[in-house]
Write a protein that binds this ligand. Structure first.
Ligand SMILES: O=C[C@H](O)[C@@H](O)CC(=O)C(=O)O
Ligand SMILES: [Zn+2]
Length: 278
């Protein structure tokens, strides 16, 4: 049921890793395939990272396959799920019989204990992120208008961007999942600059709104020995808790960031000074 498993890694595994090894360990690609639900599994915070692209017929979130004791139980038996529509067209997500229409950039928080989730709407592209949960929080649709955005960076520094906190305690309650959307202004290319590390949470970035002939150079690793992965539109990258995560595009773009771990405190991060980077 999981197309690929990403194992937890040690920072010392960075220095001698080839570019292909880095891509194999951290890059999550081909999540958005017409008529399919694609799920991958990361041992870091036990994130399920997936995509659902419905065609003429609706798609269903798969049920658990393993272990035998959980076979055919809901995937969300002990998990919560965040959904963001990154497609240009509105789509519908039905959660235990209740329908939610998600326009571009709308998100849905789906609580632990949910039995059935289906996706429909040709042209909608649903990005899926699930982590283990310990209690039930209300099912809720979240839009960019639900909270005052955070404006960061400047045009002069090529990092003028708007950060939308979609699933965080002041916008939408959750057990462990934090999720948001950041959009860069035309002419701005740097995200998360200056960069940071948060040892108590892992993070997943999904880059999108990027034309096929453009790329994002995503930087990761410890501050004094950064590496990079060159990413295309609609690819995700896993950032272990010990890693920087920042990028520069050959154009502007958007990205969904999602975190889970020890706390739900967005500001629990150590901001790095540029002189610490090597
Ligand atoms: O831990 C927080 C995340 O890395 C993002 O919110 C950073 C981001 O959107 C940005 O600065 O552009
Ligand atoms: Zn971060």
């Amino acid at each position: 049921m999981y197309e690929k498993t990403y194992y937890a890694t040690h920072p010392s595994m960075m220095s001698r890793a080839t570019n292909d090894e880095l891509r194999d360990r951290y890059l999550v690609s081909k999540l958005f395939r017409a008529g399919q639900v694609v799920l991958t599994y990361s041992h870091g915070e036990r994130f399920v990272i997936g995509g659902a692209v419905p065609g003429a017929t609706p798609l269903t979130l798969p049920r658990q396959a393993d272990p035998a004791s959980a076979k055919d139980h809901s995937l969300l038996e002990r998990r919560e799920l965040g959904i963001v529509n990154i497609g240009a067209v509105e789509g519908t997500v039905v959660v235990d019989g209740e329908a939610f229409r998600l326009a571009r950039y709308d998100a849905l928080y789906v609580p632990m204990g949910t039995r059935d989730v289906t996706f429909s709407g040709e042209g909608a592209r649903f990005y899926l992120l699930s982590v283990p949960a310990h209690r039930v929080y209300p099912l809720r649709k979240v839009t960019l208008a639900d909270r005052e955005p955070m404006y960061r960076g400047s045009r002069e520094a090529s990092n003028e961007r708007t950060i939308h906190q979609l699933i965080l305690p002041h916008t939408c309650l959750s057990a462990s999942l934090c999720l948001g959307l950041t959009r860069l202004e035309p002419g701005s290319v740097w995200n998360t600059m200056p960069p940071h590390i948060h040892e108590r949470r892992s993070e997943i970035y999904l880059y999108f709104d990027l034309n096929d002939d453009h790329r994002v150079f995503h930087f990761m690793g410890q501050a004094d020995s950064l590496r990079h992965i060159i990413m295309r539109n609609e690819e995700a990258v896993i950032s272990p808790p010990w890693s920087v995560h920042m990028g520069a595009g050959t154009s502007n773009y958007s990205f969904v960031w999602a975190m889970a771990g020890e706390n739900l405190d967005y500001n629990d991060m150590d901001v790095l000074d540029l002189c610490q980077l090597r």
